[in-house]
Write a protein that binds this ligand. Structure first.
Ligand SMILES: NC(=O)c1ccc[n+]([C@@H]2O[C@H](COP(=O)([O-])OP(=O)(O)OC[C@H]3O[C@@H](n4cnc5c(N)ncnc54)[C@H](OP(=O)(O)O)[C@@H]3O)[C@@H](O)[C@H]2O)c1
Length: 341
């Protein structure tokens, strides 16, 4: 049977570029691509764009809002009805809401030794106001992490099958910082950097998933592997949202500067196509050969050459295990509430 690839947040930016690149891959012959999106109008437009360049491709749509428990559970049930296998799940949907740009910190940072970190991760210059979902979860945590966690748990029957491997691939960020994350507050109710916290949590969860689902020595070998990528700095709806009051023409004026920066900083991948590089690279790798502690970075050289480079993540087993246990506990709670409501 054909390989099945599920992509969340597939209707725009890096997710859509990934889909386009997957359909252009030589190894993608006979691939079934399922786009999981919250907005079906945008999903339809994405599907039409993909079919315009790959008319014979198998591209289907699935409605899923990762911030909503009932939407994720319904989508997971639907997936199990449609498919008896899932070879790749790209956990890509993400938000970075209401970022506030601290202009003063930006100018101070420009003249500090932290300038490169600030420009490549946004550290110190971006703070965000988080929302609360109707299920009572912190929104950024729910969209970027927990909805995906619940999806994986629900899909275990088709992800963990004897004699076959499945791959989870998280779109993380270089902004995933341990200092923004706390095991005492995994949802980041009290902090001002929910995005960074959620991305650090996805890095850490990926390590825990590898421990629980594919360690042959612990007899827990279920053939499910998890990896993490960083797309670099890419111009998408998410990054345009960093400065929402910035008129489009100012962005256009700003672009040559960004391209100039790219000559010196390889994490400035800028286009969704380039940002999807590591996602495609992982598609072509055997998951058993991958390092569970590595984050695979999409990079672009000054001359525009795209490549992937692994870098060690700042994760440890104890933290990842504790996070995993807390997510299991939260899963039990939300399921209980969901059944009684
Ligand atoms: N752009 C960058 O520089 C950058 C850097 C590091 C990491 N990333 C990560 O890359 C991933 C893709 O982002 P992008 O840059 O390509 O931005 P984007 O174009 O805004 O894509 C985000 C995708 O996530 C979807 N999404 C948002 N909330 C959702 C929800 N509740 N349920 C389901 N889908 C939802 C969006 O759907 P709608 O169209 O309906 O909103 C959209 O398809 C994100 O995880 C982001 O954190 C981006």
């Amino acid at each position: 049977m054909n390989k099945v690839v599920l992509v969340t947040g597939a209707n725009s930016g890096i997710g859509l570029a990934l889909c386009q690149r997957l359909l252009s891959c030589q190894d993608a012959e006979g691939l079934h691509l399922c786009l999981a999106c919250r907005n079906m109008r945008r999903a339809e437009a994405a599907r039409s764009a993909l079919l315009a360049s790959h008319s014979a491709a198998q591209v289907t749509l699935l409605q899923m809002d990762t911030s909503s428990i009932s939407s994720v559970l319904t989508a997971a049930r639907e997936l199990q009805l449609r498919f008896n296998r899932l070879d790749y799940v790209y956990l890509n949907a993400g938000i970075m809401p209401n970022p506030q740009f601290d202009l003063k910190a930006f100018f101070e940072g420009l003249f500090s030794s932290n300038v490169i970190t600030m420009l490549t991760t946004g550290e110190g210059i971006l703070t965000q106001k988080d929302g609360i979902t109707p299920d009572g979860l912190q929104e950024v945590f729910a969209v970027n992490l927990f909805g995906h966690f619940l999806l994986i748990r629900e899909l275990e029957p088709i992800l963990c099958q004897a004699g076959r491997t499945s791959q989870l691939i998280w779109t993380s960020s270089s902004n995933a910082r341990r200092s923004a994350f706390s095991l005492e507050d995994v949802q980041h109710r009290k902090g001002r950097e929910p995005y960074s916290s959620s991305k650090y949590a996805s890095d850490s969860l990926s390590l825990a998933i590898n421990t629980h689902y594919n360690k042959q020595l612990t007899c827990a070998h279920q053939g499910l592997y998890s990896s993490v990528i960083c797309p670099g700095f890419v111009m998408t709806n998410l990054t345009y949202g960093i400065l929402p009051s910035f008129p489009a023409f100012l962005w256009t004026l700003f672009l040559p500067l960004l391209w100039l920066i790219r000559v010196f900083i390889n994490t400035f991948t800028l286009t969704p196509y380039n940002g999807a590089e590591a996602l495609i690279w992982l598609f072509n790798r055997k998951p058993e050969m991958l390092d569970p502690r590595a984050k695979y970075h999409s990079l672009t050289s000054g001359l525009g050459h795209c490549y992937t480079q692994p870098r060690q993540m700042d994760v440890d087993l104890d933290t990842s295990e504790e996070l995993y246990d807390q997510l299991l506990q939260l899963e039990r709670e939300v399921r209980r509430k969901h059944i009684t409501s």
